[in-house]
Design a protein. Structure first.
Length: 359
């Protein structure tokens, strides 16, 4: 580990020197790449430098303790030694996590698909609530959201909704949200007062750029039609809505949110590209089955991941057995405690897997 850290320290200095060269901004692509590398290396380098400083403090304190006779000074040195040892232990753990292989998609924006599952109108109402939960979470982090497509059920519920969340690290935070979300409550549509269980599925897909996934336009078929549902002037009176069919996979995407047919076409292509990219990632995950088993679930749409229980006011994440008794706050977008716990559990599983390989 320490050989790798020394190599990264050398590389960090090289990057800083390159960024300090005259005319470095002339090549914007190269400049952006160097800035990104500096940003990725900075936390590792800072932690490693602090680790080395504390190791030096330990050596100095031990040497001085051998010579120091004054009891008061010895106590101060012992305290300094104890603090440095604790910090070294903590930094070793931090450095192991920082050196874990990075998911290349972590910095990407995400496309979120939410679909009502079992439960009819109640499932659609729940899907709309889950949509609002993510929008509020995005707002709390000052991320932008953009509607891609929406299919409503007429009473405020969403049969299906697709939207984009744009923000640094959006995928790194939200990638654990894919799967089946379950709600237990007395539905507004239920007169008997019985608790029902309904579901919706969430798919979190990294936004795929053209360099990530090449889409052959010969495989795409476009149809245009008149938008339906709530819309402003022109939306319902022109053939602005777009239906995109990917012939090899049979995937069909409809976008009618924009007045412009061109904009709807662009949104449909973004969704298709990300869906196909997600399918490629799923194949890679299946090929790396052992690694996948050691990680928290990220991507299996059939996996029941979380229950929102209204009578008890609780939210339970089944993967890490975490239960929070603050349902309203979670549905209001306060997701950080759940997401932080999922990230920590995933990191612990990966570290454990690495330790087994090293053993």
């Amino acid at each position: 580990m320490f050989d790798k850290l020394e190599d990264l320290l050398v590389r960090f200095e090289e990057v800083l020197n390159e960024l300090g060269e005259p005319g470095v901004t002339d090549n914007q692509e190269r400049f952006q790449k160097l800035m990104k590398e500096q940003s990725e290396l900075q936390p590792i380098v800072d932690a490693y430098k602090e680790y080395k400083d504390n190791k030096e403090t330990i050596q100095d304190s031990l040497s001085m303790l051998e010579e120091e006779k004054d009891e008061e000074m010895r106590e101060m040195l012992k305290e300094e030694l104890s603090d440095a040892k604790k910090r070294v232990e903590k930094l070793e753990k931090e450095l192991k996590i920082l050196l874990l292989p990075k998911d290349p998609n972590d910095s990407k924006n995400v496309i979120v698909e939410i679909r009502a599952g079992a439960g009819g109108d109640e499932a659609a109402l729940f899907a709309a609530e889950i949509y609002r939960m993510y929008v509020k979470y995005a707002e709390s982090r000052r991320w932008k959201t953009e509607m891609m497509s929406l299919n409503e059920n007429g009473i405020g519920g969403f049969k299906e909704v697709t939207f984009m969340i744009q923000g640094q690290g959006a995928y790194s935070r939200l990638k654990y949200e894919s799967g089946v979300h379950r709600v237990q409550r007395v539905p507004e549509t239920e007169s008997g007062g019985r608790i029902h269980t309904s579901t919706c599925t969430v798919a979190i897909m990294p936004e795929a750029e053209e360099i990530d996934f090449h889409l052959d336009m010969n495989d795409c078929k476009f149809d245009v039609f008149r938008a339906s549902g709530n819309g402003g002037q022109c939306v319902n009176t022109t053939d602005s809505a777009v239906r995109l069919t990917h012939i090899p996979t049979g995937i069909v995407i409809s976008c009618q949110d924009e007045k412009s047919q061109l904009k709807n076409k662009d949104k449909a292509l973004k969704v298709l590209r990300s869906r196909l990219y997600e399918m490629e990632l799923a194949k890679q995950h299946d090929a790396e089955a052992e690694a996948r088993r050691s990680q928290i679930g990220t991507g299996d749409r059939s996996e029941k991941i979380r229950t929102y229980n209204f009578p008890q006011g609780r939210v339970t994440d089944h993967r890490i057995k975490l239960t929070l008794h603050r349902l309203d706050a979670v549905l209001g977008g306060d997701l950080d405690e759940i997401l932080d716990s999922l990230i920590a559990a995933d990191q612990a599983a990966k570290l454990s897997s690495l330790n087994e390989e090293d053993a």
